[in-house]
Design a protein around this ligand. Sequence first.
Ligand code: NAD
Ligand code: GCO
Length: 256
Amino acid sequence: MSVLDRFSLVGQVALVTGGGRGLGFEMARALAEAGAHVIVNGRTAATLEGAVRTIRAAGGTAEAAAFDIADRDAQRAAMADIDKIHGRLDILINNVGARDRRPLAEFDDDAIIELLRTDLAAAMTLSRDAAVLMKRRNHGRLIAVTSISGHVVMPGDCVYPAAKQGLTGLMRGMAVEFGPHGITSNAIAPGWFATETNAAMAANEELMPFVRQRIPVQRWGRPEEIAGAALFLASDAASFVNGHVLTVDGGMTVRM
Ligand SMILES: NC(=O)c1ccc[n+]([C@@H]2O[C@H](COP(=O)([O-])OP(=O)(O)OC[C@H]3O[C@@H](n4cnc5c(N)ncnc54)[C@H](O)[C@@H]3O)[C@@H](O)[C@H]2O)c1
Ligand SMILES: O=C(O)[C@H](O)[C@@H](O)[C@H](O)[C@H](O)CO
């Protein structure tokens, strides 16, 4: 088998949470291009249908799964559907990440719990349930989309970085727990990407001197620049990579 063949995902089934737009969509598109059938999750059916149409138009296969990942009943139902319809799940990319940037002093208890539920606990329960399906085939790829946040922090941001670094811990724990079952767990830690969410910041010329100074490649990441990392970790090319954080940040976090 050539090294390029090892990137093939033909015959595999993948679930990408928050895959309707942004980094999630780029990762979903890449997995489909490599041959996986991709289940694209998100909350807005119309956005998901658009994403699915784009993937299909490029020759891939995909379907939409609209549910709120913070809703446990909806998670359970989605996993049961995947089992019933496909009988397998090879790849799970936990990409959803809600942002609520405020100093800790401004967070009330409910807001803390809500952000941790969406950004951390949801990935924990979804991964645990996905691993049940993956164990049956002795093969699986669990990928968490974390962040450089927590490794470094922006002033006035506490709960989001805590959730993201919690995900790193989860990923490492699962690497050890599920490794014997042929399931690898890894994380992708994006830096500053010009996704829809960051559009206003990315268009802000006043921020560019900061960007040029702090990011060695001197620009924002383009959303499609996340795709290679996801395909690598999802594929057989990364069969011996387990418990790793792949930072994709143009060098931002290694610059002094
Ligand atoms: N864009 C960046 O620069 C950057 C940097 C570091 C980390 N990240 C992380 O990468 C991931 C994707 O970032 P993005 O900029 O593409 O985000 P985004 O906000 O544009 O996209 C997230 C997607 O998740 C969906 N979503 C949100 N909450 C959901 C829920 N409860 N259930 C189902 N779907 C839900 C949204 O509808 C959206 O489609 C996030 O986890 C984010 O924290 C992004
Ligand atoms: O996880 C992160 O670090 C942020 O959520 C990113 O979305 C932003 O790119 C950056 O902080 C600029 O806003």
